[in-house]
Design a protein around this ligand. Structure first.
Ligand SMILES: O=C(O)Cc1cc(O)ccc1O
Ligand SMILES: [Fe+2]
Length: 453
């Protein structure tokens, strides 16, 4: 294994991150030989003069198959990475409950891609909350955001005590220099940043980046149970990648920003907090390539529920009713016979926020652009637009490959509330609901119906 260690003048944490395969594994990794204690967690004196420290992601007493924690061996303990806190304003990053009197969230909404604003924005200042759901104070619900990043964070670090972040890039690369190692992602990949993990976000190519974030206030994202599908397909555990240890021993005046109970706080220190030389455990960030997702689908007739495309799911406490399902609609074959193949018209007790990563989504060939977002809130009817309906009802149904398509859904049991940014600043399509305007009555009392097209 190669190690990315740094000199005190280096700010990059290496250029080629290394990863370990597996989802939720008990990993161990060291950036200096012998830095990781063997057979115990808390030796009287740690090698290299390091401090031992535990990062707990679940209650100490959580059932053992769910218990997550990581032991870090670091240059300074985390208490040295914070000082006194001052509240700061991060005006576009909102948390639930955030229900506005003059904004109507009841509706079907769609946005054009949110453009870069022409101002210099970091991961923190470039986060634009679109919806919030549930309640951050009680660790239930989520928020959805679009990030518009044009600048790397420099001598600035962040962690969210409120949430785990699921990051879905749509344009440009990102580098997460975290306490536990470095993760690079680009469009078609995702990253998961656990609650409490300190990191800095860089643009490794210096090019602006845009993408989507699902902020999970609740229990951690997990792989869905496959039930009768068995042990393979959908997202396979081995395809998730967790970074190897990397650290900085760097003295520089630095700002640490913490999101805690929906509010932002800053504190200043005189060194980099990314100083974990070795670690072991199962509470760690990871990345996943969405091209590794192996969809399971209908092979004779009918259109199954989209839950078959669940990549990750976060429980809510109500059995099989997710706080968040992350669902992927990617390239796949359509083979169903005598079937209306695109998503059916429906109303859903869950609320559905979708984003287009690239290409065309089969239910919305018109107007749902890459980078665009749609929201079909709890119990709001929706379904294919006129173009998709016409194709689905009149085309010959041979096997057809849906090519050049990758959209996703953040689905939650909680209704989603629009922020002021989403309702008033972002490029909301006023005419979105017109996409169903021309759907006609084909009913004429005869079994054949009166198909005008
Ligand atoms: O509304 C949508 O486009 C998402 C969706 C897709 C699908 O195949 C079935 C149901 C569903 O909500
Ligand atoms: Fe839907």
């Amino acid at each position: 294994m190669s190690f990315d260690t740094l000199t005190s003048s280096d700010n990059t944490m290496g250029t080629t991150p290394g990863y370990m395969p597996g989802f939720g594994n008990d990993f161990e990794t060291e950036a200096l030989p012998g830095a990781l204690p063997q057979g115990m967690n808390s030796p009287q004196k740690c090698a290299y003069g390091l401090y031992g420290e535990q990062l707990s992601g679940t209650a100490f007493t959580a059932p053992s198959h769910q218990n997550e924690r990581t032991w870090c061996y670091r240059i300074r303990p985390s208490v040295k990475h914070v000082g006194r806190f001052d509240k700061i304003d991060v005006p576009y990053w909102k948390s639930a409950p955030h229900v506005l009197d003059d904004v109507i969230s009841l509706g079907q909404y769609r946005w054009d891609p949110i453009p870069h604003a022409g101002e210099s924005l970091t991961w923190l200042t470039g986060m634009r909350t679109v919806t919030t759901a549930g309640d951050v104070y009680t660790q239930a619900g989520m928020a959805t955001h679009v990030y518009l990043v044009t600048e790397s964070m420099e001598d600035e670090y962040f962690f969210s005590a409120d949430s785990e972040l699921l990051v879905v890039p749509q344009e440009g690369r990102l580098r997460f220099c975290t306490e536990l190692g470095v993760i690079d992602i680009e469009p078609k990949e995702i990253a998961i940043l656990p609650r409490g993990l300190v990191y800095r976000v860089e643009l490794p190519e210096g090019k602006p980046a845009r993408g989507f974030v699902c902020e999970n206030y609740g229990q951690k994202l997990d792989l869905p149970g496959r039930g009768p599908i068995g042990a393979n397909c959908m997202a396979n555990r081995r395809d998730f990648k967790t970074p190897i240890a990397a650290f900085e021993d760097r003295d520089a005046h630095s700002r640490v920003v913490i999101k805690w109970q929906g509010q932002f706080h800053e504190t200043f220190i005189d060194h980099s907090p990314l100083d974990v030389v070795a670690w072991h455990g199962n509470y760690a960030p990871c990345k996943y390539d969405l091209r590794d997702y192996c969809p399971i689908g209908a092979i004779l007739f009918d259109h199954p529920d989209p839950s078959i495309f669940t990549v990750l799911t976060a429980p809510s406490g109500v059995p099989r009713t997710a706080n968040i399902d992350f669902v992927l609609f990617r390239e796949r074959w359509m083979t169903m016979e005598d079937t209306f193949r695109p998503p059916w018209y429906h109303k859903n007790v869950m609320s559905e926020l979708m984003g287009n990563i690239y290409g065309e989504y089969d239910a919305k060939p018109d107007g749902f652009a890459p980078g665009g977002i749609s929201l079909h809130n709890m119990m709001l009817p929706h379904g294919p637009d006129q173009t998709a309906f016409d194709k689905a009802t009149h085309s010959n149904l041979g096997p057809e490959k849906l090519e050049n398509t990758m959209s996703f859904m953040f689905e939650t049991r909680y209704p989603q509330h629009l922020t002021e940014f989403a309702a008033k600043e972002a490029p909301l399509q006023d005419n979105y609901i017109d996409c169903w305007d021309s759907l006609e009555k084909n009913f004429d009392g005869t079994p054949e119906g009166n198909w005008k097209r």
